[in-house]
Design a protein around this ligand. Structure first.
Ligand code: HEM
Length: 215
């Protein structure tokens, strides 16, 4: 009797564990860039995708590619590489008119408008960046988004061998000066903490592909 109760308890626990660790992202191949991404779409149809190299160095310093696709009624959409608002690289994107998309690198030190962050270097990839009748889309490579911090405050790194909690936030309202990456903007209307399986976004010959896409 005692053993039967224990076995039933274990079975229930394993079932819960399995669901809990199912990632929120799914594999996606982007026809604009040819890159494989781990892709997550939030409510309101705002999509965040991450592509990485197939070889990850021991220090976890590697280039990444972020793709954001948003309908026109989204004013700005932000992605947090470390899964929280504060103390990690934030990429915030918005449409500027009917042809351009602007990307701004920021970091938050509190729950107020994040200042610019020079330690993450983004290169906008032209082939994956565009505006059409319904959506705007940005694709950008980043150096400094897989690992951040220093010895004083501590180094944090993404390890694709593990499921990774990212974070996103978006706003219904336009930023104040859409043509400027240093624009101010207001608080989000929605946010979330999706779990990504970055191994599904691994790409062979990643550096060469990124260079080609930037040309
Ligand atoms: C004007 C700009 C912003 C303001 C004033 C702001 C303010 C806030 C505030 C007050 C909270 C706490 C909400 C609560 O606990 O109920 C919060 C949470 C959060 N914000 Fe922002 N925020 C801004 C921009 C951003 C951006 C650009 C991102 C980029 C992804 C972001 C991501 C998040 C996330 C993920 C949370 C949930 C808590 C966490 O995981 O750290 N925020 N924000």
């Amino acid at each position: 009797m005692h053993l039967q109760r224990a076995a039933a308890g274990v079975t229930a626990f394993l079932g819960l564990t399995k669901r809990q660790f199912e990632p929120d992202s799914h594999p996606y191949v982007d026809s604009d860039t040819g890159l494989k991404f781990a892709s997550y779409t939030s409510e309101r149809g705002v999509t965040y995708r991450v592509a990485i190299p197939d070889t990850i160095p021991a220090d976890n310093v590697f280039e990444t590619v972020l793709q954001v696709v948003a309908p026109h009624d989204i004013g700005w959409a932000g992605f947090a590489w470390g899964g929280t608002m504060t103390y990690n690289p934030l990429a915030i994107a918005w449409a500027n008119g009917t042809t351009n998309v602007v990307l701004s690198s920021r970091i938050a030190y509190g729950y107020y408008t994040p200042p610019e962050y020079p330690n993450a270097e983004y290169t906008v990839l032209k082939k994956g960046t565009r505006v059409n009748a319904t959506h705007w889309q940005l694709t950008a490579a980043c150096k400094g988004c897989s690992s951040w911090g220093d010895e004083e405050i501590g180094v944090t790194a993404i390890d694709p061998q593990y499921h990774t909690t990212m974070a996103f936030a978006f706003s219904n309202n336009q930023v104040d000066t859409p043509e400027s990456p240093d624009s101010s903007f207001g608080i989000h209307d929605s946010l979330g903490h999706p779990i990504f399986d970055l191994l599904t976004g691994q790409n062979a010959d990643f550096a060469a592909k990124v260079t080609e896409l930037a040309e």
